[in-house]
Write a protein that binds this ligand. Structure first.
Ligand code: SF4
Length: 513
């Protein structure tokens, strides 16, 4: 999301983590999303990388031999009075998971292993996978990261002329000399990264790059979709005035805009976002206690185990009525980014406990700026309503029993008018008309032997079983959207189409449309 031009330049932290230089060399947009906007997602590669580092991370060492000449360190080589006897030759010391900063270089590094011998330091960086079959047996981003570690060690007084990449799968070490060329490239990337952070404009996605399908943030970055929207003249997915109700499937899709219009020759690759298998955990047993044992949540009542579920499998915890949760479970869930929703006994959503607020300040700034601008809010509102009408129409077209010609024609007409609505009031009216047309035929969507009497859509309270069920699933949907919006950094209360009203999750209602 790009902020208005008036947004002040952003302060970039003084010290850039050297891992970010690796990612910047891979793709500048990746760093923007991850470091500046605080987005993160795991995929197989990131999990394997973390696994490969587990040994060095576990064995973090605080004691580091000081370089020669440093206060309390060894005597510098040039002032040594005589050559040391063989027994005095210092042994190489392996220091693991060493954190050092270099304010002059503007870098900070956690180095997997540093081999230190008489003031000379060699950083060793663990990499998952095999030695790559490329010149020098190392990719540029990995060389840059290692070189940045070398610069940090140099600024801390060590002599450092090269480093080692250790490839876990090949079990091989690859030496990387810190040439003038590599050092210049590393410093150039650090300067560019700093400028990018200050500019507050996310770099464009890579163009049809083979890097994207393997990138863990592909589901957040959406490279092809973002590029398509940035291509001048690319049309959004909407109805044009000339569309008419067509009978064939292809014509239907064209009429409703279901087929995405792309400039000729432009294709959207099928990219797979990381799949989240976690599920909500609902605890409705009155008097139950949610606790934690190892990496699992336990649910006990009167001291007896009722259920146990792995933390890994839980996307949110919903507690109804008189259900308690232990501080340990609370802390671990908050740390893992799993929200805890509190409901009354009857299911009234009353509170949400979560970890620290999402780091993406830019997202909230952009949300507030759009919500304060009636015309931009209207643009979003049109898209929400248009999407809703098109979805309703598709459902009816596919499932309505009997003749659907009239209602499909009416909905196509309302969709066209919604896409061109001039103000929020007329958009509301069009949405209401579309809902009425949709629910008028709703009973004919229901299949099976049971006959349901449905008097259109009615609520507060619903007057028939179908409407009661609809109200229930809408409530679940709005609850889900409220939690999702909150966890990705939006304010769920500030909508664009649904205007703010006390206690109403307006943005969640927008998305529910
Ligand atoms: S998906 Fe592609 S463009 Fe987007 S951050 Fe990842 S590598 Fe960069």
């Amino acid at each position: 999301m790009i902020l208005p031009a008036s947004a002040p330049a952003q302060e970039v932290p003084e010290l850039i983590p050297v891992r970010m230089l690796n990612e910047f060399a891979y793709c500048p947009r990746l760093v923007y999303l991850e470091w500046i906007q605080g987005e993160f997602a795991d995929n197989l590669d990131t999990l394997e990388g973390r696994f490969a580092h587990r040994r060095v991370d576990r064995a973090a060492t605080d004691e580091v031999p000081l370089p020669p000449g440093a206060e309390g360190g060894e005597a510098p080589a040039e002032v040594a009075e005589s050559e040391p006897a063989p027994s005095d030759v210092p042994e190489t010391i392996h220091t693991r998971s060493l954190m050092l900063s270099a304010p002059n270089e503007g870098l900070i590094a956690r180095i997997d292993v540093v081999d230190i011998n008489a003031g000379t330091a060699i950083p060793v960086d663990y990499k998952r996978g095999k030695v790559p079959d490329v010149p020098g047996n190392a990719w540029e981003p990995e060389q840059v990261q290692l070189c940045a570690q070398g610069l940090v060690l140099r600024e801390n007084g060590y002599q450092c002329e090269g480093g080692i990449l250790y490839y876990v799968e090949s079990r091989r070490r690859v030496s990387v000399p810190f040439t003038e060329e590599l050092i210049a490239r590393t410093r150039q990337l650090a300067a560019e990264l700093r400028l990018m952070g200050q500019a507050q404009v996310p770099p464009r996605p890579l163009d049809d790059s083979p890097k994207c399908p393997r990138c863990s943030l592909v589901g957040i970055c959406l490279p092809d979709e973002t590029r398509l929207l940035q291509i001048e003249g690319a049309e959004p997915d909407e109805l044009s005035d000339g569309d008419s109700l067509a009978s064939s499937t292809a014509q239907e899709e064209a009429a409703t805009g279901a087929a995405t219009r792309t400039p000729p020759g432009t294709k959207v690759r099928r990219l797979f976002a990381a799949r989240d298998d976690a599920q909500p955990l609902y605890v409705q047993e009155q008097g139950a206690m949610v606790g934690k044992s190892g990496q699992a949540l336990t649910i006990k009542k009167s001291g007896k185990m009722v259920a146990q579920v792995r933390l890994l499998d839980v996307s949110q915890v919903c507690l109804f009525g008189n259900v308690m949760i232990s501080p340990q479970a609370l802390r671990d869930l908050a740390g893992a980014g799993v929200p805890i929703c509190h409901f009354s006994y009857g299911g009234w959503f009353s509170a949400l406990t979560s970890g620290l607020i999402h780091k993406n300040v830019e997202l909230r700034q952009a949300q507030f700026a759009i919500a304060a601008d009636p015309m931009r809010s209207l643009e979003f509102g049109r898209q929400f309503v248009l999407g809703k009408i098109k979805n309703c129409r598709t459902l009816l077209r596919r499932n309505l029993q009997g003749d659907a010609t009239a209602v499909l024609r009416d909905l196509a007409d309302l969709a066209r008018r919604a896409a061109a609505a001039r103000d929020a009031g007329s958009l509301l009216g069009l949405e209401g008309m579309a809902a009425k047309a949709y629910f008028a035929g709703f009973a004919r969507l229901l299949k099976g032997d049971q006959v349901f009497e449905v008097e259109g859509r009615n609520r507060r309270p619903p007057r028939d079983p179908v409407n009661a069920l609809l109200s229930f699933v809408y409530a679940l949907l709005v609850k889900e959207l409220t939690i999702v919006l909150h966890s990705v950094g939006f304010d769920p209360m500030l909508g664009f189409y649904h205007r703010p009203r006390y206690g109403r999750p307006s943005l969640a209602l927008d998305l529910a449309e």
